[in-house]
Design a protein around this ligand. Sequence first.
Ligand code: SF4
Length: 335
Amino acid sequence: MTKALALLSGGLDSTLAIHVIKKQGIDVIALNFVTVFCLCTSKGNCKLEAVKVSEKLGIPIKVINTTKSFLEIVKKPKHGYGKNMNPCIDCRINIFRAAGEYMREIGASFIITGEVLGQRPMSQRKEAMKTIDREAGLTGLVLRPLCAKHLEPTIPEKTGLVNRDELLEIKGRSRKDQIQLADIFQIKDYPCSSGGCLLTDPEFANRMRDSLKHEDVDVNDVKLLKVGRHFRIDSKTKVVVSRREDENLTIQNLAKDSDYLLHLKDIPGPLSLIRGNIDDEKLKIAAQLTARSSKAKYLPSTKVVISRIQQDFEQKVLNVSQIDPGKAEELMVKK
Ligand code: SF4
């Protein structure tokens, strides 16, 4: 039986592509990629969505985390960024390379994706698709069932493994055809229609850009970029102040040995973290920013506790008033 490897995000398009190919009696195995930038649902649950869809379809799935290789790409993408910090072409090449390896490993004959020509400005243009396939070493081996009739026939079509007549010719950004097709295949709930990536979010992209300009960003840094308000004190030092109670725990968990944590001594409020080249003056600024993000901003002064995750660090207490609002605005890494 012919075997195809499907890139499954958990969204509607990749689900439809699988239905179209399965209808031809082809055995489909799914592959899902996740990274630290993944934001498929509000809970960042891409993996779960893809797994749920694969279960509904009754096909096996493998999930690969490509954060490490992808982070290096985000730092210096060969093909540049999209509208924000999304290096879509390099990202797709990275994913396709890994998919190609897995395709060979499991003895699949080709790869399918839910891509639609013209749906995304950067990676879903005809020329970009060709570049991605070529640089991933997969020319002729990536079949896009939803828009195949707009593209040159792939190897599985030419060799008769796939009947081109039964493939589709969807094009553009409208979702109308996909929604009609979902009805035909009786796909009822598709929570994540086109995937999600923090690098396309303007606010996150600004934070990422700021970090890349000043630091050698690692995965922990990226996770920290997802929470709180960010303030840059100097090129090597930044402060992150939580906005909600749940962020306090995240910040606490992400603290490194060299970071300092700050919280108010006498009233509930945010947890802040300062990372970089830290001295007493910068600790004071971090304490003032912490005071400003709490009810303590209405007080003439408040006590801020400074601690570290190192067990042997003796806590300090600073008595500060909130930072000048204009100064806070100046330090904030903006949207
Ligand atoms: S939006 Fe993000 S995940 Fe999607 S292709 Fe672009 S960089 Fe990759």
